[in-house]
Write a protein that binds this ligand. Sequence first.
Ligand code: ZN
Length: 315
Amino acid sequence: MTGTTAQHPAPRRPALLRLSALACAVLPLGAAACAGPASPAGDTAYAAASAPADELPVIPSFWPSAPASPTASAPAPAAGSAPASAPAAGSLTGRTVLLDAGHNPGNSKHTTEINRQVDIGNSRKECDTTGTATNASYSEAEYSLDVSRRARTLLEARGAKVVFTQDGNRPWGPCIDERAGIGNESRVDAAVSVHADGAAASASGFHVIMPAAVKAGKADTAAIVAPSRRLGLLLREQFKAATGEPYADYIGEQGLDTRSDLGGLNLSKVPKVFIECGNMRNSGDAKRMTDPQWRQLAAQGIADALTAYLTTPAN
Ligand code: ZN
């Protein structure tokens, strides 16, 4: 894809349903990510080339049975747009965020290392895990890293400094305690850990995981519970607005969960949440997560949530 549609005017109806928006209008600040990899073979539903530019059909590949609007109750911002106003190029200047791409594609080759137990304050847990994968073997680790990189591009364009826990530059890990430590030592303003779930095939949807109040051993989340909740609510809102993905129908409540058993949250001293972007074992979710265009929307939702968190005052 070229950048020719990057300057597309704001869509007049939900951009999720517009071919042009799926291509590039999710990139209000530049066309860099428009040059991403092409859709995988078989995703021919995008090829509605004969439709007039302003009368593009509903794209069935993401939401074959969805209503005309990606949200039923409240009008969502068009895909790719920020909640209130488009973020200015320098709106995040001076701010630092952590993107924690869950797992590592190399973990499966380093089971001894990742199975080592580490202290997460209220218990001990494996250093890291291999993560899940789609039935076609597209791994959560690959997915998480790709979405994190796409989100980094968007956030850096807005002026943020973006720290990664791993960028495909190490053979395994890091361990979950180190993942938390990287955010703490970098004194980031906010952190998002990017994951995808591996639940029953019939289950679908995304959810955000927020830290519970934990005070045990070296874990003390008292200072981050409230700001993490604010971040989590914004992430739920912005991820849904960007992707149209429904809330998980198998876990949590209305797309939100709170957990005390995740080392990456227990040990964090900075506001932090996890997002499980969908269920890789569900055919519909897997198809979307395998699609680079959908991953761009996922990255947009994450970047917009962090932007909203950093540019709007806490109540
Ligand atoms: Zn995961």
